[in-house]
Write a new protein. Sequence first.
Length: 95
Amino acid sequence: MHAVIRKYSGKGASELFDVLEKNRAAVESTMRSVKGLVSYTIARSDHGGFSVTVCQDQASMDQSTKAARDWVAKNAAHVVAAAPEVMTGTVITRL
């Protein structure tokens, strides 16, 4: 399994998470459509927020990234946010 954490902070990050929170059901529906998705979490922090995605394989991870990027382009294009800090890795254990 593969995991990616995207940390959003700085200009526009809080506004982006406002949009994600307001459209929670649509975001969930979009991400649930990704084949091979194991889990997807969005959390708000003091200065923006972060997402944690776990997928069965790299192809699923690529599909989840495209789905999220397309959703943001369609629904939050008005938000100007800095690119996220991205960390990726192979899952060692999952409960």
